[in-house]
Design a protein around this ligand. Structure first.
Ligand code: 3IX
Length: 268
């Protein structure tokens, strides 16, 4: 019990793959502390059952929580807003802190931005020895593509998250450089699927990962994917303001864009 609680408190940042020379992230150094009510809302762990979870999802969740008891598996927590201190650390090492715009304070994790049950309901378990993760995923009604089935973009998002988490456990701060997906069967809306990911190869800063998505009974193979993730180099900071101003220069005014490219008005 104590072991699984401890595992739950550790974040991906605090796990492994810290770049040599880069300081440990502050959350790693601080003991768990009592949260005030506003902080509780910000730091709520979303990778836990809620009433929208189907019987299948709860059952699988319980099975994996059992596997966590001997320490071979651990549940990865998931936050809408990365902990404030982690944000600060990220800005320090990968962004020019003076250039971070105010608007970023409203930012939240894309996959956790839906009401319970309407979007992405998922939890990821990690097996460190085997360098693999299992993501239990239930895609809600707001993720519809063709009627009755998940949108391919939602599937791709979940694959990115599952592969990204698998890579981040070993690599620390990483970004997706490449994703290749084969969609083999459409995924029914509101069904539960299992995303099995593994780290195939670590080559310098490159992490090669792969995954498949199957039905709970494992009979249906929905998708297969490979991904390349790159460990971020703190010497190469992202300059957000530069990105934004170059974007403004490159993009024509909206009116002009709509008139000259009718395809832009298609909603997606
Ligand atoms: C608040 C804290 C948050 C921090 C997040 C950090 C960690 C994440 C932690 C937890 C994650 C948990 C869950 C994951 C959840 C979701 C995952 C979502 C992830 C995303 O949603 S992320 C958005 C989409 N993603 C991008 O927006 C990337 C745009 N991109 C770039 O920003 C650069 O491209 C970058 C940084 C990737 C690399 O840039 P760079 O300058 O650091 O490195 P460089 O270019 O030198 O490449 C080094 C070596 O990789 C090879 N290489 C590079 N790219 C390649 C490719 N495509 N194919 C084949 N090889 C490639 C080169 O050929 C070279 O190879 P070699 O060394 O052999 O020459």
């Amino acid at each position: 019990m104590l072991r699984s609680c401890t595992a739950g408190l550790r974040s991906l940042w605090a796990l492994r793959g810290r770049r040599e020379g880069a300081p440990r992230l502050s959350t790693d150094l601080q003991p768990a502390r009592r949260l005030f009510s506003t902080e509780k809302a910000v730091h709520k762990d979303w990778a836990l059952p809620n009433p929208s979870w189907s019987k299948d999802l709860k059952l699988l969740f319980d099975q994996f929580m059992k596997k966590c008891e001997d320490g071979s598996w651990e549940r990865l927590p998931s936050y809408k807003h990365t902990c404030t201190q982690k944000n600060e650390d990220f800005k320090t090492y990968f962004l020019d802190p003076q250039l971070v715009e105010e608007g970023l304070s409203q930012a939240q994790l894309f996959t956790r931005g839906f009401e319970d049950g309407l979007g992405f309901e998922y939890v990821i378990f990690n097996n460190n020895d085997e360098k693999r993760t299992v993501c239990l995923f239930q895609g809600g009604p707001y993720l519809q593509g063709i009627p009755g089935f998940l949108h391919g973009g939602a599937i791709a998002t979940m694959i990115d998250v599952a592969l990204g988490s698998c890579a981040a456990v070993s690599g620390g701060a990483i970004m997706t450089a490449n994703l290749n997906i084969n969609f083999k069967r459409p995924v029914p809306l509101c069904s539960v699927v299992v995303v099995n990911s593994q780290l195939d190869k670590l080559e310098g800063r490159k992490l090669f990962v792969s995954c498949n998505i199957r039905s709970v009974d494992e009979k249906t193979l929905y998708s297969e994917a490979t991904g390349l993730f790159i460990k971020l180099d703190p010497k190469k900071k992202f300059n957000i303001k530069e990105f934004h101003s170059s974007l403004r220069k490159a993009a024509p005014p909206l009116e002009e864009a709509v008139v000259s490219s009718p395809a832009l008005v298609i909603h997606c």
